[in-house]
Design a protein. Structure first.
Length: 207
């Protein structure tokens, strides 16, 4: 019996065998070494689009930071296309708190700060443990977020307007990470332990 079969049959769970198998397959592709940080992103459509991209490439958690009394936007089921069920949100009160947690997990922090010295997206090794930070729709990332990062990236563009919508920029970066990780074989075997998969199986079946 394989690890996946053992986990799937370990104990009775709610849901059809087909649903359990689909969730198990999803968990086998999750990438706990790849995550996204959103700082003060207000538009629920942008947040929902980011979550959909994260689910599509196998991001397990999205870290959201809202400062100065700002609140996480209300996401409707239609706008999030139910992807919200499959990507966990970790909320933080400050960018420093967020960075500290991720660094304690061995993550490198990469920002997308406009107007700062930056390295092309396509020269980054995104197979390493990495957290990519995106700022809000108008001001971008805060000064503290930019200063506290390990590196800054830019998406090469050939047009007159050198910026992208946050959800588009996030998708471009994540799918480059997907390309690199596929080539490195990082989706072939689960990155999560059997215990983590069993715990997450219960979590997702309950949603």
């Amino acid at each position: 019996m394989t690890d996946r079969e053992h986990i799937a049959n370990e104990r009775p769970r709610v849901g059809t065998p087909e649903r359990r198998e689909k969730i198990l397959r999803m968990l086998g592709h999750r990438q706990p070494t790849l995550t996204v940080i959103l700082e003060n992103v207000h538009d629920p459509h942008n947040v929902s689009a980011v979550i959909r991209s994260c689910d599509a490439v196998g991001v397990l958690d999205v870290h959201v930071v809202y400062t100065g009394g700002q609140q996480f936007p209300e996401l409707g089921e239609r706008s999030s296309a139910s992807a919200r069920k499959w990507v966990r949100l970790v909320k933080h009160r400050s960018i420093e708190e967020c960075y500290a947690m991720l660094r304690a997990r061995g993550m490198r922090i990469i920002t997308t700060c406009l107007g700062q010295p930056a390295q092309s997206l396509y020269t980054f090794d995104l197979t390493q443990p990495v957290a990519i930070a995106f700022g809000n729709e108008h001001a971008g990332l805060s000064v503290d977020a930019c200063r506290g990062a390990d590196a800054n990236l830019v998406i090469p563009q050939m047009g007159m307007v050198q910026s992208l919508n946050i959800s588009v920029a996030c998708a471009v970066v994540l799918f480059e990470a997907l390309r690199q990780r596929l080539r490195a074989g990082m989706y072939q075997e689960p990155q999560l332990s059997p215990d983590q998969i069993a715990e997450l199986m219960e979590y997702y079946l309950s949603r």
